[in-house]
Each structure stands twice: as structure tokens, then as C-alpha cells.
Design a protein around this ligand. Structure first.
Ligand SMILES: NC(=O)CC(=O)C(=O)O
Length: 292
């Protein structure tokens, strides 16, 4: 049986912090990518965290927002991907759209530095936990309008979301079921309130729901910033096992995704072919449930 992932894929997750200086943040990301490749030159794909080039704050997004593909961050990352012959998921950055609105956007590059994917965070992080955390991205950000899948030429298709998007199983299912994605990748900055509550649970749930790999890439925790990121970047296999996990500090996490494990998991517990859409419908295909 052939797998939805065509060959083994080695990934590196770069868990770093951002400062107020965009150029420093870009250089810092590059330094860490080079460090990762020095550690293991066989890395195929590198992923950066959410908002790696700016502080994570609604007041800051407009100040750091830039055009994609003509802004400095996109050009910088394209060059890094090309120079190092890697697939690069560029975390996320505040994007100034052609419509004048600001988005939280991730851009992915192939080994030649060409843009092969762009995801605008669909679900904005608007929450209010009394005594915990209040955050309202929608004060300055606009939500994206589509689910995103990205074809990685040598490997297959991945689905992408950003942070809060991981809480919505529907978005993951569209990528996994409709587009046959072998992995779901989320640059994401949970925090010290919601991280301990749900970070691991959500990653493992999305993996088990869809029998795919799930990758969450967080900024490292920096208590000098207003927003305290959770850290704990991780890779979960299609069985829901955490196969790699970072701590809270800056760190490089390396893991290998194995096509055989997807095939074996799906053969052993064949939920992907046992679904009863006649009973509950299939929102990925607009098939309505039959129940009255
Ligand atoms: N920061 C986010 O977008 C999401 C988050 O922290 C959470 O869902 O919790």
C-alpha cells in the first residue's frame, strides 16, 4: 500500500524568541537555521514559530506589517531557503494586505526559494479568561478566508494553520481528508495559561482524528516580553505519540516523519475508511447528514 507521504522527511523546528528589532529577528532565525543544518545536514524542512519577526502584541502588528511577497522578511526567507537548499515554513509575520488590512500570515518556500504556500490565520485569537488572559487579535488583525494545503514536491501535501487554528478540527479535516495531507503544521504561540491546559491535548487530538503527523512550532518563553509564549514545540506521530518536544528556552528540535507509520496506523485502526457520513454528514465535501 503506498502512503500519502512518499519518503521519509526530516524536519527541524526552530524555537526562538523575538525582540523589538525586526532585522535582528530575521538574522536570529537565519543563525538558528544554519545551526540546525550544522547539527544535521540531512534536514529537508525547517519550520519557524508564529510571529518570529515581531513582538506578539495587537499594538505592534501594524508597526511590523509588510507586503508579501515584496517585504523584507519574505525576501530574506526566500534567500535562506535557496542558499541552504531547504523547504522553509516561515513561521508567521504580520502582513499588510493589498486591501490595507493586516493579517497573521505564514509563507512557505521550496528549495529554490520559490513561494509554494501562504496561509493567513483563519481563526483570530479573541479570548477572555477571567484571572487568566485576555487577548483580542481582531483589534488589529483580519482573519484569512481559506484552508491552506501546500504541495511539497518530493514528499506530498501538508495542511497548515496558525496557532488558534489548531482548536478547530474542521480546518484540519479539510486538509487531511479532502487534500490527503500527511502532516498538519501550526506555527503557534500559546501562552502560560492556555499552554498547560490544551497545547499537547490539541496536537495529539488533531493527530489521532486524522492519523497524520502534527507539528507545533512555538516561540521560546521570554519573560521580558508582554506575552509569555508557552514553548514546548513538538512533533506528534499519527498514533498520537509525542516523538519530539522542546522545553521553554531557545532550542532546535529535529524529528523524522515516516510514511510507513502512517500506513500502519491507518491499517490497524482504519477509521479513515470507516466514517459514516450518511449519519453525520461530511463538512469537507458538503455532504449533509441523513438524520431527521
Ligand atoms: N495565540 C493563539 O493564537 C492561540 C492560543 O494561545 C490558544 O489557543 O490558547
Amino acid at each position: 500500500m503506498s502512503s500519502i507521504l512518499s519518503q521519509k522527511l526530516k524536519v527541524a523546528l526552530i524555537q526562538i524568541t523575538a525582540t523589538a528589532v525586526k532585522q535582528d529577528n530575521l538574522q536570529h532565525a537565519k543563525d538558528y537555521i544554519l545551526k540546525a543544518l550544522k547539527k544535521d545536514p540531512k534536514i529537508d524542512l525547517v519550520a519557524l514559530p508564529e510571529c518570529f519577526n515581531s513582538p506578539y502584541a495587537v499594538t505592534e502588528f501594524p508597526k511590523y506589517a509588510e507586503n508579501i511577497p515584496n517585504g523584507e522578511s519574505t525576501k530574506f526567507l526566500s534567500q535562506v531557503a535557496k542558499e541552504n537548499n531547504i523547504i522553509l515554513i516561515g513561521g508567521s509575520i504580520p502582513e499588510l494586505g493589498d486591501d490595507g488590512k493586516i493579517y497573521n500570515t505564514s509563507v512557505t518556500f521550496d528549495r529554490q526559494g520559490k513561494i509554494i504556500g501562504k496561509h493567513r490565520k483563519v481563526h483570530l485569537f479573541d479570548i477572555d479568561i477571567p484571572g487568566g488572559i485576555t487577548f483580542k487579535e481582531s483589534i488589529t488583525l483580519t482573519g484569512g478566508q481559506k484552508a491552506t494545503t501546500i504541495d511539497l514536491p518530493e514528499f506530498g501535501t501538508i495542511g497548515e494553520g496558525i496557532c488558534y487554528d489548531v482548536r478547530f478540527p474542521e480546518l484540519a479535516a479539510v486538509a487531511a481528508r479532502e487534500k490527503n495531507a500527511f502532516a498538519l503544521v501550526y506555527p503557534g504561540a500559546f501562552n502560560t495559561v492556555t499552554g498547560p491546559l490544551h497545547w499537547h491535548l490539541l496536537a495529539r487530538a488533531r493527530a489521532v482524528d486524522n492519523q497524520v503527523y502534527v507539528i507545533l512550532v512555538s516561540p521560546s518563553r521570554n519573560l521580558n516580553l508582554g506575552y509569555h509564549a508557552y514553548g514546548h514545540s513538538l512533533v506528534v506521530d499519527p498514533n498520537g505519540n509525542i516523538i519530539a518536544e522542546a522545553g521553554e528556552d531557545e532550542e532546535i528540535l529535529i524529528a523524522e516523519l515516516d510514511p510507513e507509520l502512517i500506513t500502519k496506523t491507518r491499517a490497524g485502526i482504519p477509521v479513515t475508511v470507516q466514517r459514516r457520513f450518511d449519519i453525520y454528514g461530511d463538512y469537507t465535501k458538503n455532504v449533509k447528514p441523513s438524520a431527521t
